[in-house]
Design a protein around this ligand. Structure first.
Ligand code: Q9C
Ligand code: ZN
Length: 688
């Protein structure tokens, strides 16, 4: 299995800049690259990466996307006079040329291709390329939006050509629409392009009709272009996560890419003078993590925009640190998406419901809202005034004065000294890279007594007690951040779970436990009454009733064995719930004979690692021994295998999941994906 994270960078790409006065271009400065790289070095992240040299792209590479005429024209720019450079520049929008930019643009493409090579040849697991100029706005025969060659579009073509990659997912989290990427792959079903972007009903640059949600792709590529237009500024962590849970991730899993490319622009983060959004740099840890179990972990992030140097550098570090496998910082305060974001998400889902099974039961649009552009433009309010924090109003910009936006530094993300420990019945060898866990402490008499009272019904009383003591000790070591993950093979999942959660909620350290049970079996739900624990059980038992406000039985007709229904549950119900709950510990239980598809279980295990500082305790019934090695591997951050393109979940499951989601969205705002009367209005809407 490939290991390590590549970092592709060369200082040469800082050696061009704007040589004349142009307010539209003055934010694109060499320091964008130097501060990002410097931050990686100072934080110690750079030296943990595998450093990969850049190269110059060849003409052949560039011609994968661009026309010969355009390439020849750009080739001449190094010898142009300043005046001729300015004239040459004027034929394009929001871009500038410099005598050295052609050289840098070749390095930017070459750096991206070096990254793709390292990942595809399994020299590394994943990586990031820090490049200038960016790429996603450039088109077959045009420079645009600071971009000269389309680095990521070229990379997708290159991967298809050189590595036989069948499906590429491009995630464009830059705040601008990468129209260059959209144009390149519009009719191509082998490349799925997802972009969210500041749009404001077509009033924000590049002001294109085709950036709206109803541009879904053409001909064979219909359904493979996904635009999420943000019609307000100030979108925050909740809005971004909602777009991932309710749009990108379900489609991405259904599509099943062989490679994920990220147009990693950080102008979508707080403080950016272009984006005016409010998402904090730590959100990129989560966006990255949520993509890391696709394509067997083959993920290449390539820098695009990002113009607030502080926000940019922090966001780059968050991304790289996640690629390296450090625990994600828990996202705090997720009030749910704002009304405008829900509306955009609703529109995208309905525009794509004919193309993707995961949206087959998505709500239709009210007839009056076929186009957000047409319908909303009239009722449009002055931009930004509803938002606080990130919004800088037009007048301020005219005066040339940006209000200073401040936010706390992202928290540190220390990795515990021990990564994954296992508790196996006597004599079993621990899986690769795991230490067997042995109790360091003898349990206090208080604990022993409590255990004896609650758990010694069985015949082998003392043995059970000893085993439970070990589990309790393990939970405590995880709470102390001495150990990241644990995996225990137990003779009764149900008892072990009851014991672990009871202990966790009675200690002062852990106040929120997320319990996830996969498969049928009696699971005690009484400890969920006060919200100190919440329980999600995915099973085939229809009779299961909700026992408390914090108990969520999810019924699937064929139980966990239906991969599509299982993943739909995980992505659109469990993850948003889990993120909003923000657990301090995750207990993941594999019930006997759950029937869960092995790789789907591993996907779940991997995905849950972004919560609770990465602390998951997995409890598995002894009969499920064949899952031990692979589960331990997933806990250690190794990407789960791809599931293959997913088919349709059973229609009746889709109906019941949708009903459950609608019920839950009253209390859990991150589950909202539908605007209008069927959904409840978010309480956080008023100030937006
Ligand atoms: N105030 C990238 O982020 N200027 N390009 C818009 C509106 C163009 C951004 C001016 C911004 C281009 C890669
Ligand atoms: Zn941008």
């Amino acid at each position: 299995m490939a290991m390590g994270t590549a970092l592709v960078y060369d200082e040469e790409m800082t050696k061009y800049k704007l040589l004349w006065v142009d307010p539209a271009c003055k934010i694109e400065v060499p320091e964008r690259l130097t501060v990002s790289h410097e931050a990686l070095v100072l934080s110690g992240l750079a030296e943990r990466c595998v450093s990969i040299p850049v190269r110059e792209a060849t003409d052949g590479d560039i011609l994968l996307v661009h026309s010969e005429e355009y390439l020849e024209a750009v080739k001449k720019t190094p010898s142009l006079s300043l005046e001729d450079l300015m004239t040459f520049t004027q034929q394009y929008g929001d871009v500038y040329f410099h005598p050295n930019i052609y050289h840098c643009a070749k390095l930017a493409v070459g750096a991206t291709l070096q990254l793709v090579d390292s990942v595809m040849m399994e020299k590394v697991k994943n990586g990031m390329a820090l490049v200038r100029p960016p790429g996603h706005h450039s088109q077959r025969s045009a420079a645009n939006g600071f971009c000269v060659f389309n680095n990521v579009a070229i990379a997708a073509c290159y991967a298809k050509k050189n590595y036989g990659v069948k499906r590429v997912l491009i995630v464009d989290w830059d705040v601008h629409h990468g129209q260059g990427v959209q144009y390149q792959f519009e009719d191509d079903p082998s490349v799925l392009y997802f972009s969210w972007h500041r749009y404001e009903h077509q009033s924000y640059w590049p002001k294109l009709r085709e950036s709206d949600y109803d541009s879904v792709g053409k001909d064979k590529g219909a359904g493979f272009n996904i635009n999420v237009p943000w019609n307000k500024v100030g979108m925050d962590n909740s809005d971004y996560l909602a777009a991932f849970f309710h749009v990108l991730l379900p489609v991405a899993y259904e599509f099943c890419p062989d490679l994920v490319l990220v147009c990693a622009g950080f102008d979508s983060a707080i403080g950016d003078p272009e984006g005016h959004m409010c998402a904090t740099p730590d959100i990129f840890a989560h966006l990255t993590h949520l993509l890391m179990n696709l394509a067997g972990g083959k993920l290449c992030a390539v820098l695009e925009g990002g113009y607030n140097l502080t926000s940019l550098a922090q966001s780059v570090c968050q991304t790289v640190q996640t690629l390296l496998g450090d625990p994600c910082p828990p996202p705090k305060e997720l009030p749910g998406p704002c009304k405008s974001a829900v509306e955009s998400i609703h529109c995208v889902r309905s525009a794509h419901k004919q193309y993707w099974c995961c949206f087959s039961h998505a709500a239709d649009l009210p007839v009056s809202e076929r186009s957000t552009k047409r319908c909303k433009a009239e009722e449009k309010q002055p931009t930004g005034v509803e938002h606080t924090g990130g919004g800088v109003q037009e007048e301020d910009e005219v005066k040339g004065e940006e209000l200073e936006v401040v936010w706390p530094e992202p928290p540190l993300r220390p990795a515990p000294p021990a990564h994954t420990v296992v508790v196996l019945p006597g004599g079993e060898a621990p899986p690769d890279g795991c230490k067997p866990f042995t109790s360091q402490h003898t349990p206090s008499p208080v604990i022993l007594n409590r255990l004896r009272e609650s758990f010694s019904e069985g015949s082998d009383g003392e043995d059970t007690l000893t085993a439970l003591c070990v589990l309790i000790d393990l939970v405590e070591e995880m709470e102390r951040n001495k150990i990241r993950n644990g995996l225990a093979l137990v003779d009764s999942v149900s008892t072990a779970m009851r014991c672990a959660v009871q202990h966790a909620v009675t200690t002062s350290l852990t106040n929120r436990v997320l319990l996830v049970c996969v498969g049928d079996g009696v699971v005690p739900a009484h400890f969920t009454h006060d919200g100190k624990a919440i329980l999600v059980q995915i099973s085939a038992k229809e009779s299961e009733v909700q026992k408390s406000k914090y108990h969520f039985p999810v019924y699937l007709k064929k139980g966990c064995s239906d991969v599509a229904g299982f993943m739909q549950t995980v992505l659109s119900i469990l993850l948003p719930l889990a993120y909003e709950y923000n657990p301090s510990l995750v207990l993941l239980a594999l019930m006997p004979h759950s029937g869960v598809f092995h790789d789907a279980w591993l996907q779940l295990t991997g995905l849950l690692q972004s919560l609770a500082h990465g602390h998951t305790l997995v409890l598995m019934q002894e009969s499920e021994k064949v899952f031990v090695n692979s589960t331990a591997s997933a806990l250690q951050g190794n990407p789960a295998p791809s599931l293959g393109p997913l088919g349709a979940p059973l229609p009746e499951d889709m109906v019941s999941l949708e009903r459950l989601r609608q019920r839950m969205q009253q209390d859990w705002k991150l589950l909202q994906n539908t605007d209008g009367d069927m959904g409840t209005k978010s309480t956080s809407d008023e100030h937006r």
